[in-house]
Design a protein around this ligand. Structure first.
Ligand code: CO8
Length: 258
């Protein structure tokens, strides 16, 4: 991995940590930072030590969105030529579960980054918002699509057009976060949650994530076919043999990830 300028990473106990690290700018996302996030996720995806990826922000906020200073002079041609959302597409291909621990401001591109996670644990002070409309633009990294698929058109359109701040309680009520925790317990609770997933057999976790994600894009019939193939594939794994043998022998399974 190249030297990282805008994030910090570490690995501990099966969890690959990514910390957004521009706290003075409330972790506003510049292009280099997004590229570092995605490259680190991909490196964790290839690293057998890592079972789960945990993404959070250093300092007060998760992220106040795309770096407006960097975007102010953008034009359509430069954005097309740099293919600036290619990194975001790669993020969607990460196979291991990604858990976001969010707090305070989760705005704009920061909200889109959060919605790219598979799970969100939110501190009770979290505020989600898409303020893009107030800047004369709109969400561009999946916000109009992901939020709408998660909460339906009625609320997504209202929230994106009004730039209203959504608190953690409302987010939980609409089902786009998993859990609300006290701000001082955010990391502890998220690590506990991550450990529950990290101890499961990795191949089954991978196939389950892939299959559930297909439910968002595929018809029920296509999704069922996809699920079935993944179900069959798991019977080629050592962990399936071990998991079922352990059940029959009334002992705890020892999963190896193979
Ligand atoms: N970009 C650049 N700098 C920022 C951003 C940002 N999005 N947000 C905060 N900062 C900077 C501030 O300029 C300030 O810097 P300085 O100390 O040098 O003046 C510092 O962070 C602290 O911010 P504030 O003093 O404003 O802190 P407050 O607590 O008063 O306010 C707010 C916090 C309400 C979050 C406020 O900073 C704010 O409104 N920020 C902008 C939020 C916003 O509009 N976000 C959306 C950006 S557009 C977008 O995300 C489009 C996504 C498209 C695709 C994604 C590609 C990555």
């Amino acid at each position: 991995m190249n030297a990282l300028q805008f994030i910090e990473t570490s690995i501990e106990d099966g969890i690959g940590y990514i910390f957004l690290n521009r706290p003075k700018q409330l972790n506003a996302l510049n292009r280099q930072m997004v590229s570092e996030i995605v490259s680190s996720m991909e490196a964790f995806d290839r690293d057998s030590q890592v079972k789960v990826i945990l993404l959070t922000g250093n300092g007060k906020a998760f992220s106040a969105g795309a770096d407006i200073d960097e975007m102010v002079n953008d034009n359509p041609i430069s954005m097309e030529l740099t293919n600036q959302f290619a990194d975001w597409d790669r993020m969607g291909l990460v196979k291991k579960p990604v858990i976001g621990a969010v707090k305070s401001f989760v705005f704009g591109g920061g909200f889109e980054l959060a919605l790219s996670c598979d799970f969100l644990i939110a501190a009770s002070d979290t505020q989600f918002s898409f303020p893009e409309v107030t800047l004369g633009v709109m969400p561009g990294a999946g916000g109009t699509q992901r939020l709408t698929k998660l909460v339906g058109k009625t609320k997504a359109l209202e929230w994106i057009l009004t730039a209203e701040r959504i608190n953690a309680k409302t987010a939980l009520q609409y089902g786009f976060i998993n859990k609300i925790v006290a701000p001082e317990l955010l990391m502890e609770e998220t690590v506990d949650f991550a450990r529950k997933i990290a101890k499961q057999p990795p191949l089954a976790v991978r196939m389950i994530k892939e299959s559930v994600n297909k439910a968002v894009d595929y018809s029920l019939y296509e999704g069922m076919q996809y699920e079935r193939k993944n179900f069959y594939i798991l019977f080629a794994s050592e962990d399936q043999k071990e998991g079922m043998k352990a059940f029959v022998e009334k002992r705890k399974p020892n999963f190896t990830g193979e």
